[in-house]
Design a binder for this molecule. Structure first.
Ligand SMILES: C[S@@+](CC[C@H](N)C(=O)[O-])C[C@H]1O[C@@H](n2cnc3c(N)ncnc32)[C@H](O)[C@@H]1O
Length: 285
């Protein structure tokens, strides 16, 4: 286990944040760290960001005091923020040793007694043993199954849907609600797309709907950020009988960047990351 500095300073905080691992230099720093330490993370939020997601989620979910399990907590943008700002009781699961050391160092510095960290990967065999919670964050982790973990279960992208059905069904035994996001590229590799040749949010929704249904989840809402220069997220219809994207509501059409998306032209103003629908799901029944 990485030894933590006795005291967190601006330098030691950034040193700890700078992981050279596959999932390093990924998330923004939580706002309270930016404020207290006067540092920002060198991540270009126009292409990949966290504030947008959190701001949107706060409009739909009251996190105060909630029992949250964050699978793939990375450097804790969500886990640390929710524990520090919302007094949520957070279990942050992050196997990358450097990311995990960062989480522990910040939690220790702020004496976040309501936050627990674990570096044990959550796999198909262990997911049902997660602590009981009100909400699970499972953001951008499962397309790494087959590389980071569970290699024997997901030897190729075609195996992912059945694997996720099993994994999410087992997860449903531990919680009531889930926030979910999936990347378009299996193992983060453009050469192995999850949906062959397609990077389109409704195609992703069509792919995920039967997975969620078979696993015992109902998709409550799906949101996207449509424009690199506009941090708002916009909800899109989750109804399988929805009108095609070509006939959206006036409200949706008025959002910046949406026209490009709907016209079927290249999504020049939407990055791969922001084109991943952010789903809020509840357990069926
Ligand atoms: C692409 S990042 C996403 C981080 C974060 N959830 C987000 O969306 O901002 C994936 C994270 O999951 C972690 N991870 C990989 N395999 C995992 C596993 N089996 N269980 C828990 N976390 C895992 C990685 O170390 C990494 O921090």
């Amino acid at each position: 286990m990485t030894e933590l500095p006795a005291q967190l300073t601006q330098d030691s905080l950034l040193d700890l944040w700078h992981s050279t691992g596959k999932h390093g230099i990924y998330q923004q720093l939580p706002a309270f760290l930016v404020r207290d330490f006067g540092v920002t993370a060198p991540v270009d939020e126009r292409w990949r960001g966290d504030r947008t997601r959190l701001d949107y989620l706060r409009t739909r979910i009251d996190f105060s005091g909630l029992r949250v399990v964050d699978i793939g907590a990375n450097t804790g943008f969500f886990s640390l923020t929710l524990a520090h700002d919302d007094a949520a009781q957070v279990t942050a699961v992050e196997p990358d040793p450097a990311n995990s050391a960062f989480l522990r160092a910040v939690a220790q510095h702020y004496r976040l007694g309501q936050m627990r960290t674990s570096s044990t990967p959550v796999t198909l065999d262990t997911v049902a043993a997660l602590p009981e919670s009100d909400l699970v964050l499972l953001l951008n982790v499962l397309h790494h199954a087959g590389d980071d973990f569970d290699r024997s279960h997901v030897p190729e992208p075609g195996a992912l849907a059945a694997y996720m059905t099993d994994y999410l069904g087992r997860l449903a035994r531990t919680t009531h609600r889930m926030v979910f996001q999936l990347g378009y590229n299996w193992c983060g590799n453009k050469a192995t797309p999850v949906l062959p040749g397609v990077r389109e949010p409704y195609a992703m929704l069509d792919y995920l709907q039967p997975v969620m249904q078979a696993a015992g989840w109902v998709i409550e809402s799906a949101a996207l950020r449509f424009d690199v220069d506009d941090p708002r997220m916009v909800e899109i219809s989750t109804d399988p009988r929805r009108p095609a994207l070509q006939t959206p509501s006036d409200e949706l059409l008025a959002q910046p960047g949406v026209q490009e998306l709907l016209g079927g032209r290249p999504l020049t103003r939407v990055s791969e990351f922001y084109a991943r629908p952010l789903l809020i799901c509840r357990k069926a029944g």
